[in-house]
Design a protein around this ligand. Structure first.
Ligand SMILES: C[S@@+](CC[C@H](N)C(=O)[O-])C[C@H]1O[C@@H](n2cnc3c(N)ncnc32)[C@H](O)[C@@H]1O
Length: 429
């Protein structure tokens, strides 16, 4: 099987020969974001039927419409008049912006008139796709703009909402394993014909500090990912928010579940043409790489910059709280629309693997419909390991993420719906 994009493999090998082994995070950064050859930086369908994986935004526009409904409700508490900003980070194909703004144009023109929509996207290829998708809305006079990173947004300047769907799972992660001598980091080397893993003491004390802050120790032989980039991102976001919310939607768990001994080999996965791979060293630059999100660490990092947890729930409860069921009303239960909405809510798939973390700053916690039923809420994020929890008792072993057949709770991205169904999906009236 191919090692990957020839230009990227050559570049990486030259770097490894020059600098020695790289942290896995540096390897993943190159695989996804090398400016010349990285997976997200080169042309290609990537997300959707022609690409490698689906997100909720591909499943049905109702997802974006309900997120928009949540933002509009929150806006009443954040700033009932004056300019309001939505900052969407990692917008991919621009579907969230398109469907959310289209729904505002139809249902909420007064809010739209005071709304500024700012997209933060590091991939120039994705920015082009987003610009094309949003051209009609921009031509109609809506305020939509782009910046390449959060540094372009002044500190303490945003009144509004920072929004992301599947951003944090796309950040490069460090990988660690617990050995008798302590925590070891996994580095990547080159043996002359293939990429190989090398264990060595961690490159930064931040890796040990990450587990110490959580009060969690890995078991002997257990592997895990550490997303230091997510902590830095949360700090940057918090520093830019003056008054409002951060809404982070992604697949992941509270730390106590994500780092449970039963999850022996971590959650790192590759996606290529809707199949899951557990080797990051094949198709380098040609397959997506991703790891589940530790929402507890995000919440803790947020606290350092004044972000309080408003609530934490899963996609199923979030969408039901926002009234997704009323969109089903009157539709044929066998229709593609209903099939798509069921996909978003599946208790053994997107409905529970995907979580929603809401944080607020500069205001009291607002009442939000999406957090009405609270299966997790804050306490779940801060829970510590308990011997009564099956994931911690040694009674259960979770297979490597993605090993289960097809659509299961381990593999966050849904299998594609049959073509016939997908082609017939249209916006729910
Ligand atoms: C997994 S895709 C999700 C796309 C879209 N939100 C969706 O749900 O379909 C991740 C997106 O985040 C972008 N991205 C990754 N790191 C980023 C960063 N630090 N700042 C802005 N965008 C980033 C990628 O280029 C890509 O567009």
């Amino acid at each position: 099987m191919e090692l990957g994009h020839p230009g990227l493999v050559q570049k990486l090998v030259a770097r490894l020969e020059r600098e020695g082994p790289l942290s896995f995070a540096a390897f993943m950064e190159a695989a996804l974001y090398d400016p010349d050859f990285g997976y997200y930086m080169t042309a290609g369908p990537r997300i959707g039927r022609e690409g490698d994986y689906y997100t909720s935004l591909d499943v049905h526009p109702i997802f974006a419409e309900l997120v928009g409904r949540q933002v509009a409700q929150a806006a009443e508490a954040i700033a009932p008049s004056g300019e309001f900003t939505i900052v969407e980070m990692g917008a991919g194909k621009g579907l969230l912006a398109k469907h959310l703004l289209t729904a505002y144009r139809r249902d909420n023109p007064d809010f739209l008139a005071r709304l500024r929509y700012l997209l933060v996207e590091r991939s120039p290829v994705m920015v082009e796709t987003q610009k094309q998708r949003l051209r009609e809305l921009r031509d109609a006079g809506l305020s939509v703009a782009w910046v390449p990173d959060l540094d372009a947004i002044p500190a303490d300047s945003i009144t509004g909402v920072f929004l992301s769907n599947e951003l944090v799972d796309a950040f490069p992660v460090h990988r660690v394993v617990k050995r008798p001598l302590g925590l070891r980091e996994i580095f990547v080397g080159w043996d002359g014909s293939r990429f190989v893993e090398i264990e060595a003491p961690p490159c930064s004390s931040a890796l040990e500090a990450y587990f110490a802050r959580l009060g969690i120790s890995l078991e002997a032989g257990q592997e895990a990912e550490v997303n230091l980039a997510a902590l830095e991102w949360m700090r940057l976001v918090g520093a830019r928010l003056r008054r409002g919310l951060v809404v982070t939607i992604d697949y992941g768990h509270a730390a106590v579940d994500l780092l449970a001994p039963a999850r022996k080999t971590g959650t790192l996965l590759g996606y290529y043409r809707h199949t899951v791979s557990d080797s990051p060293y094949l198709r380098v630059g040609q397959q997506d790489l991703t790891a589940h999100v530790d929402f507890t660490s995000l919440a803790l990092a947020g606290q350092d910059v004044g972000l309080e947890v408003t609530g934490f729930t899963n996609q199923l409860h979030f969408l039901i709280g926002l009234g997704i069921e009323s969109a089903f009303a009157g539709l044929d239960p066998e229709s593609p629309q209903v099939a798509a909405m069921r996909e978003l809510l599946r208790p053994d798939g997107m409905g529970t693997t995907y979580k929603v973390l809401v944080q607020h700053k500069g205001m009291l916690a607002p009442q939000l419909d999406g957090l009405r039923s609270r299966p997790y809420f804050k306490d779940a994020l801060m829970r510590l390991p308990s011997p009564h929890d099956p994931l911690h008792s040694g009674e259960q072993r979770v297979p490597r993420e993605g090993q289960g057949e097809g659509h299961n709770a381990q593999n966050p991205h849904p299998n594609p719906l049959p073509d016939r169904e997908r082609e017939n999906i249209s916006v729910v009236p």
